[in-house]
Write a protein that binds this ligand. Structure first.
Ligand code: NI
Length: 138
C-alpha cells in the first residue's frame, strides 16, 4: 500500500465496542482494514448516487415459457447495448432461466435498465449488484 497515513479518531466507547464486535464477526484482522472497507463502500455508494461510470451486474430469474418474454428481454438489452459488457444465461431447470448481465457505464442508465427489466411480466426475481470500476479507489 502506497502513502499510508495514520490518523486519530475520537469515538464513544460503546460505539467502538460495537465496531469491534462487528469486525470480529466479519473476521477482519484489525480495525484499519475494516475501516478501509467501510470507506470504500461509502465511496462506491457515492459513485452510484452521483451518476459516475460504474460497474455492476443485474441478475434475474424467469420462465422461458412465458410468451414473448425472452424476445422482450433481448430487445431491452439491445436498447442498452452501450452498457452491457456481457451476459450469461443458465438453464436452471425445465422452465427457469437465470441470466446475469454485466454492465459498465452511467449508474443512472444502469438503474433505468434494471427498472425496465424488473417491470417485465414474467420476471420472478431480479437483483442488482452495485460495484465499481475500481479506478477511483486507488
Ligand atoms: Ni434457459
Amino acid at each position: 500500500m502506497a502513502n499510508l497515513i495514520r490518523f486519530g479518531v475520537s469515538i464513544e466507547a460503546t460505539l467502538l465496542r460495537n465496531f469491534d464486535r462487528f469486525i470480529r464477526e466479519r473476521q477482519y484482522e484489525n480495525r484499519s482494514e475494516a475501516l478501509r472497507d467501510l470507506i470504500r463502500e461509502a465511496l462506491v455508494e457515492e459513485e452510484w448516487e452521483k451518476d459516475e461510470v460504474i460497474a455492476g451486474g443485474i441478475a434475474f430469474v424467469y420462465d422461458h415459457h412465458h410468451k414473448q418474454l425472452v424476445n422482450k428481454l433481448l430487445d431491452i438489452q439491445h436498447d442498452f447495448h452501450d452498457l452491457v459488457v456481457s451476459s450469461q444465461h443458465v438453464h436452471l431447470d425445465h422452465s427457469n432461466c437465470l441470466e446475469i448481465v454485466i454492465v459498465k457505464g452511467s449508474s443512472v442508465k444502469v438503474g433505468a435498465l434494471y427498472h425496465q427489466l424488473k417491470s417485465m411480466k414474467g420476471i420472478k426475481h431480479i437483483d442488482i449488484l452495485k460495484t465499481t470500476t475500481g479506478s477511483r479507489l486507488k
